[in-house]
Ligand binder design. Sequence first.
Ligand code: LHQ
Length: 263
Amino acid sequence: MSEASILVERAVGYRVLTLNRPDRLNAFDEDMHGELMRAILDAEADPECRALLLTGAGRGFCAGQDLSKRMFEPGVVPDLSRTLDTFYNPLVRKLRDLAMPIVCAVNGVAAGAGANIALSCDIVLAGRSAKFIQAFAKIGLLPDSGGTWYLPRLVGPARARGLAMLAEPLTAEQAEAWGLIWKVLDDAALMDEARRLAAHLATQPTIRLALTKKALDAAETNTLDAQLDLERDLQAEAGRTPDYAEGVQAFLGKRPATFTGRR
Ligand code: LHQ
């Protein structure tokens, strides 16, 4: 039996999903896409799972599409829209819409769709040796998997154009300085910190975190007026959760809150 392309570890409150094709720098083939989506859906269906941690096995995080599976046959025009529609776009949408926080530990190079899948997560940590490369330009493509949406929003239009058009590697330190990611850490400290963060998030009011994701994404296109209305509606929802009552009672009782993440 061939080895799983996604390793799943069930920790207390969260799951670690590890991209596991290290000899290809964890590049995506169709099997890995299928396994990753199943692992996410499985985590979503588990009420005990309140956060995800995504990382890569070996020296890379993810080198994007597995190009060794992209052989060109004479006379056949490739249809990349099928690949995006079937695999990458559903994955990016799932990561953004998932009703729990996702920490990404970028343990090495993140190239092409691999970089943008990392950026689809909520809190992106990177080891000091990691690099982010919008490698698409080198093979005649434009950034996909949300790259053209994330880049200008995270680093501004000038840097987005440079990254997208030149495909130069961005170091983890530069990525942090530019606001592309949350934090850079020493390689040896990366996974401990990523686990600490995932474990912490798993104890937090999960519904409030999911609503925060929703509000921040909606803010990208909303007017202030529309966003104020949305905040009102989502806050009303958060206010109906037992975690809100618990948070207030814990504050008044000068004790730590115990959140369940339940409705
Ligand atoms: C790989 C790959 C890889 C296969 C390293 N595939 N083997 C969506 C729609 C549809 C189609 C097109 O794609 C997309 C989205 C995309 O993601 S497009 C962008 C695809 N990715 C790339 O263009 C990145 C290609 N890889 C690289 O540029 C380099 O490998 C990077 C800069 C990531 C790392 O460089 P190095 O650290 O020098 O490692 P390496 O190049 O020696 O790679 C190690 C091995 O991994 C090597 O195999 P080998 O058998 O020689 O040891 C590579 O062939 C393999 N590998 N990326 N994407």
